[in-house]
Design a protein around this ligand. Structure first.
Ligand code: ADP
Length: 495
């Protein structure tokens, strides 16, 4: 009877609900976008009630529109945009402020202040994170500081904090469950990833009362039940994971050294480092990947700001192509980059350079340069930046990576994937299901609810679409050498 797992994928721009069957195949999907609010330069907000309502609609529609009964769903898993912060009134569920989104920079000055007071190292040691406005801690502080009443109510236990997983589960369970999991908790800048507890020193530093924080459960555990209108039965929630960690699980990167890269607007690279947190020398983030069967798995995470966005810029900024897909044909129209290097630092450079003032550049152009050379150099730029992150991660972790699993919109580009394999000199593996985030949390939920027996069984479900085997050719070596020489010319801080 119970044939399916329902994955809730609460993203940054849309609320999705996906039904997977026992073979891990997508059976049905519903998706609703919600509004992005930009009240001031650098501020990004969501309406938490709109997130809840669109998510609820997606969950109800994916079942009703596909004639799937609640009683056919074994359990629910939730994956979510991370760090985004909601604080609400425990009595009536009304948020006291809009959700402050992970991209929001308004608390940068709080971070500068903490840095000047010498707290950056303590924060990194305890949380694995680089002190930054990105994470939830300073966002909570900011909301509570808007009104003396907020702080009083928080201290009296009348308010609750949550990232989006917590907010949705609280609503789905009618206020019964105020919970999160370690993969989300580890992005708040308040959670000690060694002791696996909210950290009292950090709570004091950021002036956050512990009473508002959710209970941290494991990523794969029976959490509570949901009953929405029209359902013939309750469904259990039994899995939670932040989106990037869920994708790592969905790619079956279960062993240390296994790594996935998501090629979306940016590139998000996460490497499993096993049961010990690895401290990065290159300001990559140390994070909890998941907690399962009483074991905590850690990961290193690094991102490239401009990934597929470079292709968007060639399309919308330069009108070089009219759709992102066209870039592959154009790049294939030439044999090589023709000596052109495209430095994709359109918004500065992240790891391992950390140079916000670095500028983008196209170098090596001659009268013989064609559009195809630019297209090819652009694909090489996406692959080179990902290569740099993966190589630094490998150095940090002291583990040899074993192949690269890929997902995200731009991984459909076969040439880009081949270039990535050549430049990294490693096999690049693309799965059939590129919905790895939702699939990952479906796996986590299905493991604890007993839908799947164990990780071994899950491994048999994963299907490869294509494997890209590296060609160790001189061309790739030249691309790497040229890139290294030329990127050094645009670095402003020489860190
Ligand atoms: P996000 O989740 O960040 O919105 P997606 O995973 O949907 O991103 O991927 C979209 C990105 O991938 C866009 O930046 C787009 O330019 C890029 N993209 C899509 N198709 C291709 C392609 N065939 N080749 C290269 N880039 C592509």
């Amino acid at each position: 009877m119970k044939k399916y797992i329902l994955a809730i994928d609460a993203g940054t721009t849309s609320s999705r609900a996906i039904v997977f069957d026992k073979r891990g195949q997508e059976v049905a999907m519903a998706q609703y976008e919600f509004e992005q609010h930009f009240p001031k330069e650098g501020w990004v907000e969501h309406d938490p009630l709109e997130i809840w309502n669109t998510q609820k609609k997606a969950i109800q529609d994916v079942l009703s529109k596909n004639n799937i009964k609640a009683s056919e769903i074994h359990s629910i898993g939730i994956t979510n945009q991370r760090e985004t912060t909601v604080i609400w009134d425990k009595k009536n569920g009304v948020p006291i402020y809009n959700a402050i989104v992970w991209q929001d920079r308004r608390t940068s000055s709080i971070c500068v202040d903490l840095d000047q007071k010498g707290h950056a190292q303590t924060i990194q040691n305890k949380t694995g994170l680089v002190l930054d406005a990105y994470f939830s801690g300073t966002k909570i502080q900011w909301i509570l500081d808007q009104d003396m009443n907020h702080r009083k109510k928080a201290e009296a236990g009348e308010l609750l904090f949550g990232t989006i997983d917590t907010w949705l589960i609280w609503n789905l369970s009618n206020g019964k469950c105020h919970v999160t999991d370690p993969s989300n908790a580890s992005r708040t800048m308040l959670y000690n990833i060694h002791s696996l507890q909210w950290d009292s020193e950090l709570l004091k530093l950021l002036d956050v009362p512990e009473i508002i924080l959710p209970n941290v459960m494991s990523s794969s555990e029976k959490i509570g039940n949901v009953q929405l209108e029209g359902w013939d039965e309750e469904i259990m929630i039994s899995g939670i994971a932040g989106d990037q960690q869920a994708a790592l699980f969905g790619q079956l990167c279960f062993k240390p050294g296994e790594v996935k890269n998501t090629y979306g607007t940016g590139c998000f690279c996460v490497m499993n480092t096993g049961n010990k947190p690895v401290k990065s020398k290159n300001k990559m983030l140390t994070t909890i990947a998941w907690q399962l069967d009483g074991e905590t798995t850690y990961a290193l995470e690094g991102s490239v700001f401009i990934g597929g966005a470079l292709i968007q810029w060639l399309r919308d900024g330069l009108n070089l192509i009219s759709s992102a897909e066209e870039i592959e044909e154009l790049a294939k129209s030439v044999e090589s980059n023709g000596g052109v290097t495209f430095i994709s630092a359109l918004t500065g450079l992240g790891a391992p350079y950390w140079d916000p003032n670095a500028f983008g550049a196209i170098m090596g152009i001659t009268r013989g340069t064609q559009k195809g050379h630019l297209a090819r150099a652009a694909l090489e730029a996406i692959a080179m930046r990902s290569r740099e992150i993966i190589i630094e991660m490998q150095k940090d972790a002291g583990i040899q990576y074993q192949g690269l699993k890929v997902d995200g919109g731009a991984c459909k580009n076969n040439l880009l994937m081949q270039i990535q394999a050549d430049l990294l000199n490693t096999v690049v593996i693309r799965p059939k299901t590129t919905e790895t985030t939702a699939l990952g949390v479906a796996f986590l939920a299905g493991l604890s609810s007993g839908f799947w027996k164990n990780q071994k069984e899950i491994e048999t479900l994963w299907e490869k679409d294509k494997e890209f085997v590296p060609n160790q050719d001189i061309q790739s070596q030249n691309t790497i050498l040229l890139w290294q020489e030329r990127i050094s010319k645009i670095i402003t801080n020489e860190s």
